[in-house]
Design a protein around this ligand. Structure first.
Ligand SMILES: Cc1cc2nc3c(=O)[nH]c(=O)nc-3n(C[C@H](O)[C@H](O)[C@H](O)COP(=O)(O)OP(=O)(O)OC[C@H]3O[C@@H](n4cnc5c(N)ncnc54)[C@H](O)[C@@H]3O)c2cc1C
Length: 516
């Protein structure tokens, strides 16, 4: 018996971008625009305020760039603020920020310094994300509390000299020995962010004893800690930008990893890598929002102070045009990022297309915005004394793979459309397991939300299911000061707007959003 064909409305309910590919608007998902719960908004506001105070006193982005190093006192200060535990559930000693709150914090950190953004993002957006998503209770209790405090810093080790975009072609091996129930890891990873000092690595390796038709199904993910021995970081890379972040090759020399360190199932590693990278794309977009806003703020300062031909350069039509473009793309990106994050918080199961949009549009927009800001600054924009040239160098890296991300997203959307069309005449499309880095399996026949009740997010659902961990999970760091609750006049309807107070020293062009 054939299953009834999905209606236009059913398709739209799967994901907003997928609906758009089919010419539909997913009204049920897009309206009302997602909001952060009031309680969390207050926590995020307090975190942001403390972070800004700390950044003003302690972070010198120019020095980080020149000295190729984030000073230890800054790393310690970030740890004291709890910045390494933002997306770690409270039960394991973190803040348990929702995706929206995490994006908001990422925005602020990235706008302050991109190298610090990589340090903090490499740690939790990708380094430990696999442990949160796929770890067992025992694994989480063992490592998350120390990762939340920054006692352990995490890194994500997928790329190899011969395996970049084509991650399925990795050569690092994991040989299983049933007698000792351990794997022996051998291989070379490269360009690993935080790799120079990380204590915890999410490592992907070919599971040699695993029989599988497709190569990518032989990849297993491991939680590998430095104390196992045999992990040898190489020399720091000299890079175009992000000079303060650690980027190194890491060699795994006969590393004996107990089977209890496998994340998820054996052979699930590729799926795990894809899932981690999907979640990281939305917060990467948030970092681009932060970078764009900082550039608009700086450019506005420059344009209102600099006079040529007897007038402020801000009054020239071409300069105004640049502000219009910068503000428009930033507003679009901000809307896209926080809609996606809000849907993740409400339990949207498949946001791979939305994440790809955040990454591609974000990385293209921030590049264009920095370039416009540099142009507005004129010759100053070219000088190291000003932040523009550094911002341009720092932002270049994310565009390296953005077109590949979009290509994969496009091909995924096409195949979703095909499978959806087919379903009108037969059974619903099956869950697709694709080796594509850009996509996650689609299951149009399942509900799009883990839970449908308003406010009953996936985060909250999962949190209540977690038993309390041992006493080591209490937060040992002095958390940021709790600030007063914002008065109603300060809290806008835009959930993100309410998370920050505008900087009094930031001249803002009249066309800019109040958050720039
Ligand atoms: C600063 C920095 C930090 C990094 N941090 C990490 C990390 O922490 N962990 C980690 O595992 N990796 C990390 N990487 C690696 C990064 O993820 C890879 O650089 C990325 O996957 C691309 O691989 P590649 O550089 O080998 O390029 P390649 O895969 O060789 O691609 C080269 C070019 O070809 C394009 N291309 C590839 N395939 C296609 C296709 N099918 N169609 C069209 N175009 C295509 C790409 O878009 C790119 O422009 C980092 C890289 C850098 C530069």
């Amino acid at each position: 018996m054939s299953t009834p064909a999905p209606s236009h409305a059913d398709e739209a309910a799967i994901s907003p971008v997928r609906a758009l590919f089919g010419g539909a608007v997913a009204e049920g998902l897009v309206f009302p625009y997602p909001e952060i719960a009031a309680e969390e908004r207050e926590t995020v506001s307090a975190f942001l305020e403390s972070f800004r105070d700390f950044a003003r006193d302690q972070i010198d982005p120019g020095a980080i760039d020149r000295e190729h190093h984030v000073p230890d006192k800054v790393v310690k200060g970030l740890a004291d603020l709890g910045a390494f535990g933002m997306n770690i559930p409270e039960a394991y000693g973190g803040y348990g920020f929702s995706a929206s709150a995490y994006c908001r914090a990422t925005e602020e950190i990235a706008r302050t310094d991109a190298s610090i953004g990589i340090l903090v993002g490499g740690h939790q957006s990708i380094g430990l994300k696999g442990l949160i998503l796929f770890g067992t209770e025992e694994q989480k209790r063992k490592w998350l509390p120390r990762l939340a405090t920054g006692e352990m810093i995490a890194a994500f080790a997928l790329t190899e000299p011969e395996a970049g975009s084509d991650a399925a072609s990795i050569r690092t091996t994991a040989d299983y020995d049933a007698a000792t129930d351990t794997f022996t890891l051998n291989g070379n990873k490269h360009w690993i962010s935080n790799g120079g000092f990380a204590q915890f690595f999410t490592v992907f390796a070919k599971d040699t004893k695993l029989e599988a038709k497709d190569e990518h199904r032989r990849i297993t993910a491991f939680a590998v800690t430095k104390d196992l021995g045999g992990i040898v970081p190489g020399k720091e890379e000299r890079k175009l930008g992000l000079k303060g972040s650690s980027t190194v090759p890491v060699e795994f020399q006969n590393v004996r990893v107990p089977a209890s360190h496998v994340l998820g199932e054996r052979g699930q590693g590729f799926k795990i890598a894809v899932e981690i990278l999907n979640t990281g794309r939305t917060s990467l977009g948030a970092g681009c929002v932060g970078g764009s806003k900082e550039m608009i703020r700086r450019a506005a300062e420059q344009a209102t102070q600099r006079r040529q031909f007897g007038t402020r350069i801000a009054d020239f039509e071409m300069i105004r045009g640049k502000f219009a473009r910068m503000v428009t793309s930033t507003y679009a990106l901000e809307s896209m990022v926080y809609l996606t994050a809000g849907l993740v918080d409400r339990g949207l199961m498949d946001y791979s297309l939305e994440g790809a949009c955040c990454k591609v549009f974000g990385t293209e927009s921030v590049w264009q915005n920095i370039n416009d800001a540099l142009q507005i600054a004129g010759g100053n924009g070219f000088m190291e004394e000003y932040p523009y040239e550094r911002a341009l160098r720092d932002s270049r890296v994310t565009r390296l793979e953005s077109w590949e991300t979009m290509r994969r997203a496009r091909s995924r959307a096409t195949s979703l459309r095909r499978s959806s069309r087919g379903s009108r005449h037969s059974s619903p499309p099956r869950r697709r397991s694709s080796p594509s880095m850009g996509g996650r399996s689609a299951a149009p026949s399942r509900p799009c939300f883990a839970s449908t009740g308003r406010g009953s997010s996936r985060r909250n659902t999962s949190r209540s299911a977690w038993p309390m961990p041992p006493s080591t999970c209490t937060r040992p760091w002095p958390r940021f000061r709790a600030r007063r609750r914002p008065s109603p006049g300060e809290v806008g309807t835009n959930p993100m707007q309410s998370c920050e107070s505008p900087s009094p020293s930031s001249p803002t062009p009249s066309t800019a959003s109040s958050r720039t």
